[in-house]
Design a protein around this ligand. Structure first.
Ligand SMILES: Nc1ncnc2c1ncn2[C@@H]1O[C@H](COP(=O)(O)OP(=O)(O)OP(=O)(O)O)[C@@H](O)[C@H]1O
Ligand SMILES: [Mg+2]
Length: 312
């Protein structure tokens, strides 16, 4: 039986992580190899059943999820998910339809607040604060943690306005032309649209529209970009462009991507979380770790069954 506990080494951990969560929350004792030095790491609750891999690279966490649950009215969609989202890395969320991938993603930037009857529980630590705290400004959270959806959804405005709009309503007062060009360049769209910035965003191809939506997300200068199946409506060429873009964006941003495409998860992500819902339809985290480990040496049989296409 593998250890169901892992330490993610972290260069700057807040003081609250001085003691392992296992000890703080009273769920048992620290693992035998726990040392004061390891206390600079982020510790996950040892009582979790999710089987975990050791992370050997030194990496900071952009978000730390602890016991995140989400409900729609009386229905519990996800149950106590805990995992880190490593900074400047691509983390893939995989799992069969209905296991709570989109729900978890929407919790990460308080988009679920917008669904009537939806409620969240637990903690998502973002720069030392719990972003699920009702006193935190959800609008500000959504600016700093942007989102790209499955279906490209440009505004019925010009390409230029699509990118400038969010920045303007966020009070950006710098050189807007530069900001628009920079965002379009980062989204690998500039060369294709530089001479027709006045054209409607809706007149672009599907793949271009999706890159426009990525440019729009980038223009408000977020730290994290959440992508919910961003390429599933696109053809293979456009899909590869989005995948290349994700890898490039990870140099500056933290990316979390939901995908049903195992090859895509394998190609683009550094870390993978596998979610699964049981009979009662409540989604749980089964396994989280470096993508290579999840794909080549899954520690849970259910993960192996899923990635080898045996169900879902
Ligand atoms: N707005 C909503 N109101 C009520 N229940 C919802 C809502 N959105 C999702 N659910 C339920 O929550 C559970 C998780 O849904 P979610 O959309 O997060 O799954 P998913 O893993 O993203 O699925 P898919 O791969 O099909 O996109 C499902 O049982 C779903 O029916
Ligand atoms: Mg979904």
């Amino acid at each position: 039986m593998p250890r169901n506990f892992f330490t993610l080494m972290r260069s700057s951990a807040p003081a609250a992580t001085d003691v392992p969560a296992a000890t703080r929350s009273g769920h048992g004792t620290p693992p035998p190899n726990w040392t004061a030095e390891a206390a600079t790491g982020v510790h996950l609750d040892a009582s979790l059943e999710a089987v975990r891999h050791e992370i050997t690279e030194e990496v900071d966490t952009a978000l730390q999820l602890r016991d995140v649950s989400a409900f729609y009215g009386d229905f519990q969609a996800i149950d106590r998910m805990s995992m880190p989202i490593p900074r400047n890395r691509v983390t893939a969320l995989i799992g069969p339809s209905g296991c709570g991938k989109s729900t978890l993603l929407r919790c990460c930037n308080r988009m679920n607040d917008l669904i009537p009857g939806a409620r969240m529980d637990g903690e998502i630590e973002f720069e030392g604060r719990n972003l699920l705290d009702p006193n935190i400004d959800a609008v500000e959270v959504r600016r700093r943690i942007g989102m790209v959806f499955q279906k490209p959804n440009p505004f019925p405005k010009s390409i230029y306005e699509n990118v400038a709009f969010g920045a303007r309503i966020n009070g950006y007062s710098g050189d807007m032309d530069r900001l628009v060009e920079d965002a379009l360049r980062r989204a690998a769209l500039w060369d294709e649209v530089r001479d027709e910035l006045d054209k409607s965003g809706l007149a672009l191809s599907g793949g271009q529209q999706q890159r426009l939506c990525i440019a729009r997300a980038i223009a408000v200068q977020p730290e994290i970009i959440l992508m919910d199946e961003p390429a599933s409506a696109l053809d293979p060429v456009a899909t590869l462009k989005i995948e290349d873009l994700m890898r490039e964006l990870a140099e500056e941003y933290t990316i979390v991507v939901v995908t049903h495409n195992m090859q895509q998860a394998g190609r683009v992500s550094d870390y993978t979380a596998f979610l699964l819902a049981g009979e009662e339809r409540v989604g749980r985290l089964v396994e989280f770790g470096p993508t290579q480990d999840i794909f080549t040496n899954p520690l849970d049989q259910r993960t192996e069954d899923y990635i080898t296409g045996r169900y879902g």
